[in-house]
Design a protein around this ligand. Structure first.
Ligand SMILES: Nc1ncnc2c1ncn2[C@@H]1O[C@H](COP(=O)(O)OP(=O)(O)OP(=O)(O)O)[C@@H](O)[C@H]1O
Length: 299
């Protein structure tokens, strides 16, 4: 299990991460989402042992990560701009990682190189952005990490490669209970593969939930009445957003589906639909609930 307890990190008095508590179960795929500058990369680098926290504890299976070689050999971090040793080919990078990671698999490396159809003898810095990212994934998956930490992983990858990478992730989670932590602004992709979601805002973790729980706790309702909306129809509902389109009211409501439906039906609407929200919509309204502007966002 990956854990953060009361973790804070400042840069020159700027609080990038503030008192974060977080836990990620083995074998889960955790999506970290948040606005620009929210602290996602800082959090990932703390978990990867690249940054040292000012306060709190960062641990994997109850052992500190920072300056702990044993722990670092269990994880692989792909930053938003993958790093390679200057002028190295993929083959040379493979030798380098083989010397660092005891779990390195030559068999996996050869298999992946063939599958991605990549030139192992070409210098990586001459590759396109997408090819460089593919190289990073081939190397990462060849170390057979217990934990894979990815910052904006699909940036610059074409749809076929994205699918291949997603399949590899899912396969390794299923076969070896690998844990994945992903930060991305592509919420459709996060929704597609993650089972847990954390929303970070201004350095604090706003919420952390199973994706299914997150989705079952917030709904969009469309409702219309013969003679306008009765005054008390929405009383007691936790309303995150409300707008009127013609005679139809569109509301975003927090709460359980049955409870919301029961209350609305009592008011005898002529139209009533209760719809699930996408992760993108949930993110926008959760952020709106804490004052991050949702004006002019049409859903
Ligand atoms: N090395 C650093 N030195 C000084 N400030 C930093 C450093 N790294 C991050 N910060 C600041 O910490 C805050 C959080 O940055 P971080 O990169 O973690 O955000 P993010 O959520 O990944 O953002 P984005 O989605 O825009 O990539 C920002 O205000 C950033 O300017």
């Amino acid at each position: 299990m990956i854990e953060m307890k009361n973790v804070s990190k400042t840069f020159d008095r700027y609080q990038a991460v503030e008192n974060v508590n977080l836990s990620i179960e083995k074998g889960s795929i955790y999506g970290l989402i948040g606005s620009n500058g929210a602290g996602k990369t800082t959090l990932l680098k703390l978990l990867a042992g690249i940054y040292r926290q000012d306060r709190g504890e960062v641990s994997i299976n109850e052992q500190a990560v920072y300056e702990n070689l044993d722990q670092k050999q269990k994880l692989f971090f792909i930053p938003d701009q993958p790093y390679f040793l200057p002028h190295y080919t993929i083959k040379q990078m493979a030798q380098f990682y083989k010397s660092i990671y005891p779990s390195w698999s030559d068999e996996r490396f050869q298999k992946l190189a063939k599958w991605f159809d990549i030139d192992l003898k070409k210098r990586i810095h001459t590759f396109s952005k997408g090819w460089q990212r593919q190289a990073a994934f081939i190397l990462a998956f060849s170390t057979l990490p217990q934990i894979l930490i990815l910052d904006e992983p699909m940036d610059g990858l074409d749809p076929v490669v994205r699918k291949k990478v997603k399949n590899l992730m899912i396969q390794d989670v299923a076969d070896r209970e690998m844990t994945i932590l992903i930060s991305s602004h592509n919420l459709r992709e996060i929704e597609d593969i993650c089972d847990h979601i954390g929303i970070i805002h201004r350095g604090s973790l706003l919420l952390e939930k199973e994706l299914d729980d997150l989705k079952s706790d917030i709904h969009k309702i469309q409702v219309a009445y013969k003679e306008g909306m009765p005054e008390d129809s929405l009383e007691g509902l936790y309303m995150l957003h409300r707008e009127k389109r013609g005679s139809v009211f569109i509301c975003i409501v927090r709460g359980k589906e049955e409870k919301i439906a029961e209350q609305i039906r009592k008011t005898k609407p002529v139209i009533f639909d209760l719809l699930p929200l996408t992760l993108e919509e949930i993110f926008i309204y959760e952020m709106g609930d804490i004052g991050y502007a949702i004006k002019n966002v049409i859903v």
